[in-house]
Design a protein around this ligand. Structure first.
Ligand SMILES: Nc1ncnc2c1ncn2[C@@H]1O[C@H](COP(=O)(O)OP(=O)(O)OP(=O)(O)O)[C@@H](O)[C@H]1O
Ligand SMILES: O=P(O)(O)OC[C@H]1O[C@H](OP(=O)(O)OP(=O)(O)O)[C@H](O)[C@@H]1O
Ligand SMILES: O=C(O)c1cccnc1
Length: 490
């Protein structure tokens, strides 16, 4: 690999973004105003919600976004852009406004998680990086929430470093999983960088290296205060647990016998036997840890079987989002400046009706009754609408409009907040602990029906009447008349 001293993330983008940027610039359209929004179409893992994650990394990316000498040299020599464009990029900084949900917010399909407004060239250049970050981190935070829900409040440790899709995924995945609900990570770099509690036991290799389970546990106990012994290398019940108990007895107060870990076989059956063994030996406080290809479904099943497992170590299935490796969030232009300098709603027509985007610059409002903390649904409006100042709201399903309700005595909370205004960061970001707490509180406010991990009820995400009308008008307009977005034709 060639290393560049001035490597940057500016080229962490699909070539087509820069190709479009060049067209806008060359034709004198680089500063035309546009609004883009990030949203996804379907909640992943059969769940009823997602946990929005990735904002902190995006803020860092935007704040450090410049094309360096080696970036420009690459664009010149390998892609062949003209010198004048490269000079423009040399002095370019992101000039737009970004509005976003709070990191850790409970989010739903078909509503904007983030909105980017500004010169179209700027909006275009950042598309790939934004989607790359949000798609992965939101997916992992959501998967962690599913695993944590299955564990019914038990401690969950994130064990995925060895199985993640490379180092960045392990690092940022650990952070996302922490937001989503796990208590710790085995990845010490993630612990160091983000302040996530680190946790770890030991592997079979320690036992195999000593070629004697008792000696291995003894050596580990003599070199560590907190001890979790991995008992399944040979035979958990007949060898592993008796050896762990023997070492705990011998070392007494010199160690804190936290418990034992099971990593193979029938985890339900074994955990029940091991619980009896530990209790009989006078260690009722010692905990049983379990790992081995665990996922939300296996945890749920083990719970149903009455397994005596206290702590769950989850690696592969969590960090790789094994059952659904992509969230499918998209970045769509929803409004663009016309020749008269007015902003016009825009959308992409498609035969697949569910893929027709909703035009217009939006705000989302979480609606809850004045005397209950539980949200009744989200209302997506045009930016200027103020449902929070209304006495009554008419909410209806955007496709099945006969499903509707009138809401009174409600509180409407706007979800998109300004993070950057004209290229300057205006929002102080919360700490990771605050984000985690925020997620926990917001999730606990959701109705159980929307939170459950099997066949949840669909949470209502409705469009305001004005937004609905604009969508229908825009669809009809583009069907009849090809677009004139007011771009210079050069
Ligand atoms: N009681 C149980 N009910 C449902 N699933 C279980 C139960 N006990 C273990 N499992 C799961 O069954 C799967 C067993 O996988 P596998 O056959 O690879 O493990 P193993 O042979 O016991 O161990 P090893 O990892 O050493 O091969 C794992 O996903 C594990 O979490
Ligand atoms: O199963 P996961 O959820 O990914 O959790 C991490 C796994 O990593 C370790 O196993 P190891 O790398 O030694 O491999 P193995 O147990 O699969 O043989 C550990 O013992 C867990 O089984
Ligand atoms: O600490 C552990 O027990 C651990 C860490 C990573 C993967 N598997 C287990």
């Amino acid at each position: 690999m060639i290393r560049y001293d001035d490597d940057s993330l500016a080229l962490h983008t699909d070539l087509y973004e820069i190709n479009m940027a060049y067209t806008y610039w060359k034709k004198g359209n680089a500063d035309k105003k546009a609004v883009f929004e990030v949203y996804y179409r379907e909640n992943p893992f059969g769940m009823g919600y997602t946990i929005f994650a990735g904002l902190e990394r995006i803020v860092d990316y935007i704040n450090n976004l410049t094309f360096t000498d080696s970036d420009l040299e690459y664009l010149k020599n390998e892609i062949g852009f003209e010198e004048e464009f490269l000079e423009y990029l040399r002095h370019w900084k992101f000039r737009g406004t970004i509005r976003s949900m709070h990191e850790g917010e409970i989010a739903f399909a078909e509503e904007p998680l983030m909105q980017v407004e500004g010169p179209i060239l700027d909006c275009q250049i950042i598309e790939t990086a934004l989607l790359n970050v949000i798609n992965y981190q939101t997916l992992i935070a959501t998967k962690a929430s599913k695993v944590k829900t299955a564990a019914e409040g038990d401690t969950v440790m994130e064990f995925g470093a060895r199985r993640a899709q490379e180092m960045d995924a392990s690092l940022w995945g650990a952070r996302a999983a922490y937001i989503g609900g796990v208590e710790s990570t085995s990845n010490t770099r993630a612990s160091k960088v983000f302040g996530i509690p680190a946790s770890g036991t030991h592997a079979h290799s320690l036992v195999q290296a000593y070629r004697d389970e008792y000696k291995a546990f003894k050596a580990y106990g003599e070199t560590h205060k907190d001890c979790v012994f991995l008992v399944d290398t040979y035979d958990s019940i007949n060898s592993g647990v008796p050896n762990a108990i023997r070492v705990a007895n011998e070392l007494g107060d010199k160690i804190n016998f936290v418990g034992v870990r099971l990593d193979s076989g029938d985890l339900s059956y074994q955990s029940k036997r091991v619980r009896e063994q530990l209790d009989e030996a006078g260690y009722p406080e010692a905990k049983i840890f379990a790992s081995n290809d665990l996922d939300a479904t296996t945890i749920q099943s083990l719970k149903m079987q009455g397994a005596k497992i206290d702590v769950w170590g989850v690696g592969t299935k969590l960090i790789t989002a094994y059952d659904q490796p992509a969230l499918g969030a998209v970045y769509k232009i929803v409004s663009v400046e016309g020749n008269d300098e007015e902003m016009y709603p825009t959308l992409k027509l498609t035969a697949n009706l569910s893929k027709i985007s909703t035009p217009g610059k939006k705000q989302i409002w979480r609606i809850r009754s004045n005397n209950d903390t539980k949200p009744e649904g989200d209302l997506v409006t045009l930016e200027h609408e103020r449902p929070d100042l209304e006495d009554e709201l008419f909410m209806f399903h955007p496709q099945y409009t006969y499903i509707n309700k009138t809401v009174t005595d409600f509180i409407a909370r706007p979800l998109l907040k300004e993070v950057f205004v004209d290229g300057k960061q205006v929002l102080d970001l919360p700490s990771l602990e605050e984000i985690k707490q925020y997620t926990k509180e917001r999730l606990s406010e959701q109705y159980e029906e929307h939170r459950r991990i099997l066949n949840p009820e669909q949470y209502p995400v409705d469009l305001s009447k004005e937004l609905y009308d604009i969508k229908v008008d825009t669809i009809n307009y583009y069907r009849e008349k090809p677009i004139d977005a007011g771009m210079n034709e050069g």
